[in-house]
Design a binder for this molecule. Structure first.
Ligand code: DAT
Ligand code: MG
Length: 141
C-alpha cells in the first residue's frame, strides 16, 4: 500500500459543538497523520465550487448553506491507504447507517449535518487539497 494524502473537512456542526479535538483523536487513533490543518470561514463561492459535483441534487442549496453557516476546519491527512482508510473511519454518509466506532456514528446529527468530509478518490483528493492548501502549508514527517 502506498502512502497517500486525503482531504478532510470538520464541518460546521462539529466546530459549533467543540468536537474538533474528539474527531482528531479518532483520526489519529486510526494511524492517519494531520499534516496540514486550518480553521476557515468558507465563502458561498468556495462551497459551491467544492460541492459542484452535487449541483443538480435536490439537497445542493441546503448543503452549501450549511457549509457556510459557521467555520470549518480543513485538513490534509497522510498515511497508508489514507483515502479509503479515512472513508472507513468517517462511516456512512447517513449516520443512521454508520458502523460502530466511526466518526459519523459517534458525532453526526443527520445525513446533512454529518460532521466530516473525506475525499472519495485519489483524483478528488488532489483537487480538493489544492483548493484549500498550497504545497508549502503541508508539513509531512
Ligand atoms: P459523503 O460526504 O459521504 O461523501 P456525498 O458525497 O454523497 O456523501 O454527499 C455530500 C454531502 O451532501 C453529504 O456529506 C451530506 C450531503 N447529502 C448527501 N445526501 C444527502 C441527502 N439525501 N440529504 C441531505 N444532504 C445530503
Ligand atoms: Mg462525497
Amino acid at each position: 500500500m502506498a502512502i497517500e494524502r486525503t482531504f478532510s473537512i470538520l464541518k460546521p456542526d462539529a466546530t459549533q459543538r467543540n468536537l474538533t479535538g474528539g474527531i482528531n483523536a479518532l483520526i489519529e487513533a486510526a494511524g492517519l497523520k494531520i499534516v496540514a490543518q486550518k480553521r476557515i470561514q468558507m465563502s458561498l463561492a468556495e462551497a459551491r465550487r467544492f460541492y459542484a459535483v452535487h449541483k443538480e441534487r435536490p439537497f445542493f442549496g441546503e448543503l452549501v448553506e450549511f457549509m457556510v453557516s459557521a467555520p470549518v476546519v480543513v485538513q490534509v491527512l497522510e498515511g497508508e491507504n489514507a483515502i479509503a482508510k479515512y472513508r472507513e473511519v468517517m462511516g456512512a454518509t447517513n449516520p443512521a447507517q454508520a458502523a460502530e466506532g466511526t466518526i459519523r456514528k459517534q458525532f453526526a446529527l443527520s445525513v446533512g449535518e454529518n460532521s466530516v468530509h473525506g475525499s472519495d478518490s485519489a483524483d478528488n483528493a488532489k483537487l480538493e487539497i489544492a483548493q484549500f492548501f498550497s504545497e508549502n502549508e503541508i508539513i509531512s514527517g
